[in-house]
Design a protein around this ligand. Sequence first.
Ligand code: PEP
Ligand code: MG
Length: 278
Amino acid sequence: RRADLAAGRTLPAVTRDGHAVTLLANVATPGEAAAAVAGGAAGAGLVRTELPFLAATDWPDEAAHAAALRPVLAPLAGRVATVRALDFAPDKLPPFLIGRSVTPPPDALAAQFRAIVAAGAGTELRVMLPMVASAAQLRAARPLLAAPVPLGAMVELAAAVEDIDALAAAADFLSIGTNDLTAALLGLDRQDPRLTPARAADPVVLRAIAAVVRAGDRHGRPVSVCGDAAADASVIPLLLGVGCTTLSVTPSALDAVRALVRSLDLAECRARAAVLLA
Ligand code: PEP
Ligand code: MG
């Protein structure tokens, strides 16, 4: 069955009733980037950059960022590479940040932006900020990005959903982080075992996702979903049903997600989502 799924890699991710879905991958290592391309992803919807720096003793400098990022972006040459700025958090925290803000100061962010722009030269580069709480936060980061590269926001905080119109106006694209967003909206800790990808099907979360998609549409901004719910068979029909058209998933899930999308009917997905949201 795995072989059958892999054989589908050359087939388009399109629903039975003819609606195309863009499949991207979430990657953090050169191996994952290569697996994304081998698995038929159009590119990376999320390049996580904090993982090489979990033992860092200070904010990484430009050279350290570039050295870590270059081999990850090499397999993505010619494809979309959506590189996320450092996203340290309680579950991924270098010792030097214990008791301090995990948000990079402007000079540290600017250094990472320069490294991203240099390392991503061969890709269809996009840059995004994690844990964006306001449009002002995104606007403040933009001048630090010297090159004309699209700058997007992850939508994974309740505050971002609350002010989604302003955020959509300020961002070049939006990416919904269902892992943190589901935790935030359901009041669960990120480490809570009850926090499974399937919980994104909760009407509270689905309604938020629908609102983000509508705001993206109103402002002409692409919206993707990059949390683990984007690879969850019980949630994918609902994501498509509220208008999501780009899913970014772990590379090992690409085959199964493509096969599922090809088995779905968008009209049925819309009806299922409408029932849940009613
Ligand atoms: C998310 O929060 O859904 C996400 C994709 O980012 P991370 O899992 O790295 O927090
Ligand atoms: Mg997150």
